[in-house]
Design a protein around this ligand. Structure first.
Ligand code: NAD
Length: 244
């Protein structure tokens, strides 16, 4: 893995107060970045931002006004924007295949896992262009590459963002903006919740938030436009190659 030096750079992490987000914020700060932490959880965002001397921003990523306002605030208060990690996400919470559908819950899922990513990319790109390029990393999931029968609606949202990453990555490469996706399997966080019981059944190792932060570092160093990266314990990560 190449080394990453983010000294003098500014990063923004959505869902930065959650399990994976906290590890990512810490790693970005260790690499030298000033970090803005966006989350619904005001106390959590403040706590993690303070711990790295960063900026806490409270907002709901499903609101189309949030990402443009946050990007503007980051540029104003931290001077620039170089790295954006669109990481906030939620689980499906219902089957979504058997007739009964909680539409409000479904719309919220799409709002957080899909709309937020589109709003985030659209808001960030002009700011990244002002720096001559930058990196956008999206936390997708292994459920973006294979079907997860326990949560079809989550699978739908993560396939959507992997597809968007592929296309946006190609569309923005000429601007020096590299868009990539992280596709972890099960990670030991609050989001995993009850699904934690399943990881044995599908023979996947349980990853830690630190593994995802390690993979992020690899992706920032070596990720190519539109690539989706799979992650192993220890943070070892590699670009996913679809079967022939
Ligand atoms: P988490 O629940 O620990 O953290 C998610 C964070 O996002 C929380 O701090 C929460 O407050 C924030 N958030 C949720 N909705 C928001 C909104 N509308 N506006 C702003 N912030 C919001 O979950 P996590 O496991 O750290 O998940 C992070 C990402 O990793 C998600 O995109 C998730 O889909 C993905 N992921 C998780 C796993 C896993 O097994 N935990 C596996 C693969 C991918």
């Amino acid at each position: 893995m190449s080394t990453v030096d983010l000294t003098g750079r500014v990063a923004l992490v959505t869902g930065g107060a959650g399990g994976i987000g906290v590890a990512v914020v810490r790693r970005l700060a260790e690499l030298g970045a000033s970090v803005a932490v966006l989350d619904l959880d005001a106390a959590g965002a403040q706590r993690i931002a303070s711990s790295v001397g960063g900026l806490a921003v409270v907002g709901d990523v499903t609101d189309p006004a949030t990402m443009p306002a946050v990007v503007a605030q980051v540029e104003k208060e931290l001077g620039r924007l170089d790295v954006v990690h669109l990481n906030a996400g939620i689980g499906g919470g219902q089957a979504g295949v058997d007739g009964a559908l909680d539409v409000e819950r479904y719309r919220k899922l799409v709002g957080v896992n899909v709309d937020h990513v589109v709003y985030g990319v659209c808001a960030a790109v002009p700011a990244l262009r002002r720096q001559g390029g930058g990196k956008i990393v999206i936390t997708a999931s292994l459920a973006g590459l294979v079907g997860m029968p326990a949560d079809p609606l989550y699978t739908l949202t993560k396939h959507a963002v992997v597809g968007y990453t592929r296309a946006a990555g190609q569309a923005l490469a000429a601007d020096g903006i590299v868009v990539t996706a992280l596709c972890p399997g099960f990670v030991d966080t609050l989001l995993l919740g009850a699904a934690k019981e399943e990881f044995d059944a599908v023979s996947l190792p349980l990853l830690t938030p630190g593994d995802i932060a390690g993979a992020l570092e690899s992706v920032l160093a070596d990720g190519g436009p539109g690539e989706a990266w799979i992650i192993q314990p220890g943070g070892h990560a590699s670009a996913y190659r679809p079967p022939d």
